[in-house]
Write a protein that binds this ligand. Structure first.
Ligand code: NDP
Length: 325
């Protein structure tokens, strides 16, 4: 089988598409013929070696994939069944989706929801799945379209784009924070009613600023998240899932103790099966058909490593889909 293989030489990560014997696939009950995968922020960090994502080499990256079951020792899955996978450390410490085959635990797989196909599932991918979890976190915090405006940071990335499309389809008014002027038309097309420059959020912030947002989905972290927290309405909820701007958080307790603000972390890797299934069902129901055309760049396995570099250089808009076969 063909696989994007990451190897290490003199402390550097080398990425190349190679022919690998299927017998080398890791242990697992289900072998999948992978049809589609994607490039997420974490994949980009792993492939370029810019982030310490992978500790054991050689590794096949790809934290998500969709395909058909080729062989199964798990009674829940049969040969030919369409499945998808996100998270569980696949593509980090277990060979992942950027290969023609993957072998994984049955517990990690989600049967393809009816009405979804592999291509659409990977346009959504880990990024879109995480965006749905963030929207659900806002709902859990009691945020409704009537509560007020929602701000989404890192707006033109995979998580941000899907979050805007979801929120807008659910009837929320959405403000998008983006560092790039070239993305404004795209963001309006997804449903953002207001676009704010990232520079407005990346400077120093006072502990409390004017109250602007009923909810927030933050993919940036660091000063951007600190600014967002200071601008939350009384009782607002922030769903924080990312660190595209850095992992620090230079904030104070003021938004929490004086404005009752809730900061809800969101992790997509270990999400329990029931919440996964609910999130995928809702993604399928809420996302408009136009989303799948608007938000996608498609590349081949040979082009995946270059796409990873472009993603880290903030030169990609929306989701990057990898056609494996
Ligand atoms: P993308 O690279 O597609 O999007 C990130 C976006 O962040 C960019 O498009 C850009 O948007 C913005 N950005 C880039 N650089 C900076 C910067 N220095 N400061 C502030 N904003 C910046 O990545 P994803 O959407 O796939 O992932 C976004 C984040 O969410 C990542 O940190 C990722 O690790 C995290 N994540 C977490 C998950 C979890 O389970 N918790 C799951 C999936 C992702 P613009 O140009 O519009 O400003």
């Amino acid at each position: 089988m063909q696989a994007l293989l990451l190897e290490q030489s003199e402390g550097k990560t080398l990425a190349a598409v190679k022919t690998v014997a299927s017998e080398l696939l890791p242990a697992g009950e289900v072998t999948v013929d992978v049809e589609w995968s994607g490039i997420n922020y974490k994949d980009a960090l792993a492939i370029t070696g810019k982030g310490k994502i992978i500790r054991n080499f050689p590794m096949v990256p790809g934290i998500d994939f969709a395909g058909q079951v080729r062989h199964s020792e798990d009674p829940r899955f049969h040969v030919g069944q369409a499945v998808l996978l996100t998270g569980w450390g696949v593509g980090e410490n277990h060979w992942g989706g950027l290969a023609e085959q993957a072998r994984v635990k049955g517990d990690w797989l989600v049967p393809m929801p009816q009405g979804l196909d592999g291509r659409k599932a990977m346009i959504i991918g880990t990024a879109g799945f995480t965006a749905m979890l963030c929207v659900m976190a806002l709902e859990d915090g009691g945020v409704t379209p009537e509560s007020g405006e929602i701000v989404v940071t890192g707006a033109s990335g995979g998580v941000g784009s899907t979050a805007i499309a979801l929120l807008s389809a659910l009837g929320y008014r959405v403000a998008a924070v983006s560092g790039r002027e070239s993305t404004h038309e795209y963001l309006r097309g997804l449903g953002a009613s207001e676009i704010l420059p990232r520079s407005e959020f990346s400077g120093d912030t006072r502990p409390l600023e004017k109250q602007r947002w009923a909810g927030a989905i933050d993919t940036a972290g660091d000063r951007v998240l600190a600014s967002v927290l200071a601008q939350m309405h009384y009782n607002g909820t922030v769903a924080a899932c990312g660190l595209a701007g850095g992992f620090a958080l230079p904030t104070t307790v003021m938004p929490f103790i004086l404005r009752n603000v809730r900061l809800q972390g969101v992790d997509s890797v270990q999400t329990p099966a029931a919440r996964r299934i609910e999130a995928w069902k809702r993604l399928l129901k809420i996302l408009p058909e136009s989303f799948y055309q608007q938000a996608t760049t498609e590349v081949t396995l040979d082009q995946a490593a270059e796409a990873a570099t472009r993603l880290l250089n903030n030169a990609i808009t929306g989701r990057t889909l990898v056609k494996i076969r």
